[in-house]
Design a protein around this ligand. Structure first.
Ligand code: PGA
Length: 334
C-alpha cells in the first residue's frame, strides 16, 4: 500500500506528516509540521484533549513496566502508513456462496484512498478471498499458532497464513481470550512468532464490563498491552485494536467520548512505556458494535485511527460506509 505519511525525526514533534505534505522533501520535522499544522497523519497536533482526562476518570496508567519495552527499540521508520485503518473480522461466518457475494460487493464498492483496509475471513476461505478480492484490500487470519506448526491439531501457523497470501493476523481478540481461554502470555508468544513471518498484527485489548465498572479498565488494558510489548520485536507493523468486551457483538457501542478516552490513554501508555515515536505512529482502532451510522462520529475523534468491525463487516455496502467514515475525520482536520 502506498504510504502517504512519514515520520518526524525531531525530539519534540513525533509522528508522521499528513498526506497533504507528502510531497515535501526530507526536511526537518519542524518545517514539515508547519506545512501541516493540525494533524499528524490523521491525528490532531494542536490538541491535548483526552490524554489528561483519562487518569481522572479511569484511575491512571498502571505501574506495570518492562525492561524490554523501552525507547531503545530504535524504531525510526514509519511502520503503519499513517492512514486510517479499517479491519473486517468475519469471525466464524459465511460459506463459499455468501463470501463470493461479499467479495463481489467489496470489489465494486467505492472506497476512499487514504484508508488501509483488511478483511479476516475464516481460515478455510482465505484462498478463495485472496484470489477473488481486489488487491486494494488485504487479508488477515483471525488467529495463528505460537510457532511453526507440527503436532498441534486444529492450529494454523503464521507460516501458513503468509503462504496463502495473508498480510495480517488478529491476535488477542476477546473471543479467544474469554471463550477459548487464551492468556496474555500465549497471545504474546503468538505475536512474537507472527512477527517473524512479517505478518502485520492487529493486537486486540479491552476490558470486560465488570472490569470497567470497578474502575480497572486501564489496568486491564495496560497489562494486555504489556504482554504485546514484551513479545514484539518492534511496533512497526502493529495496529492496536481497543475493543471493550461489553461492546462486542452487543449493539452497545462505546460512546465516542468513552472510546477516545481509552485510545488517548493507550497512546499515553505507548509514549511512556515504549517511545513517543511509537505512540505517535501506531494506529489505535476501535472495535465493538461499529456500524455504518455510528462510524462517522467515532471517526472524528482525535485518537481513533480506524475500526475493527465484526457484524457490520459482513455486509459489503455497510462496511464500505465504515471505511469511508474517514471523510468525517478529514472534515474535522480541514
Ligand atoms: P462487532 O465485533 O463489530 O460485531 O461488535 C467487533 C469485533 O469483535 O472485532
Amino acid at each position: 500500500m502506498a504510504h502517504t505519511c512519514r515520520p518526524v525525526h525531531s525530539a519534540t514533534a513525533t509522528g508522521s506528516i499528513c498526506a497533504r505534505s507528502s510531497s515535501r522533501s526530507k526536511g526537518s520535522g519542524v518545517a514539515a509540521v508547519a506545512s501541516c499544522p493540525k494533524f499528524v497523519g490523521l491525528r490532531r497536533l494542536d490538541s491535548k484533549s483526552g490524554s489528561e482526562g483519562f487518569a481522572a476518570v479511569l484511575g491512571g496508567v498502571s505501574s506495570s513496566s518492562s525492561s524490554s519495552s523501552s525507547s531503545t527499540r530504535g524504531i525510526v521508520s514509519m511502520g503503519g502508513s499513517g492512514k486510517f485503518f479499517v479491519g473486517g473480522n468475519w469471525k466464524c461466518n459465511g460459506n463459499s456462496e455468501s463470501i463470493k457475494k461479499l467479495v463481489d460487493d467489496l470489489n465494486s464498492a467505492k472506497l476512499e484512498d487514504d484508508v488501509d483496509v483488511v478483511v479476516a475471513p475464516p481460515f478455510v476461505y482465505i484462498p478463495q478471498v485472496v484470489s477473488t478480492l481486489t488487491k486494494r484490500i488485504d487479508v488477515a487470519g483471525q488467529n495463528s499458532w505460537t510457532g511453526k506448526g507440527g503436532a498441534f491439531t486444529g492450529e494454523i501457523s503464521a507460516d501458513m497464513l503468509a503462504d496463502v497470501g495473508s498480510k495480517w493476523v488478529i491476535l488477542g481478540h476477546s473471543e479467544r481470550r474469554h471463550i477459548l481461554g487464551e492468556s496474555s502470555d500465549t497471545i504474546g508468544k503468538k505475536s512474537a512468532y507472527a512477527a517473524t513471518k512479517d505478518l502485520g498484527i492487529i493486537a486486540c485489548v479491552g476490558e470486560k464490563l465488570e472490569e470497567r465498572e470497578s474502575g480497572r479498565t486501564l489496568d486491564v488494558v495496560s497489562d494486555q498491552l504489556q504482554a504485546f510489548a514484551d513479545s514484539l520485536p518492534d511496533w512497526s507493523n502493529v495496529v492496536i485494536a481497543y475493543e471493550p468486551v461489553w461492546a462486542i457483538g452487543t449493539g452497545k457501542v462505546a460512546t465516542p467520548e468513552q472510546a477516545q478516552e481509552v485510545h488517548a490513554a493507550i497512546r499515553k501508555w505507548l509514549s511512556e512505556k515504549v517511545s513517543p515515536e511509537v505512540a505517535s505512529k501506531t494506529r489505535i482502532i476501535y472495535g465493538g458494535s461499529v456500524n455504518g451510522p455510528n462510524s462517522s462520529e467515532l471517526a472524528k475523534r482525535e485518537d481513533i485511527d480506524g475500526f475493527l468491525v465484526g457484524g457490520a463487516s459482513l455486509k459489503g455496502p455497510e462496511f464500505a460506509t465504515i471505511i469511508n467514515s474517514v471523510t468525517s475525520k478529514k472534515k474535522v482536520a480541514a
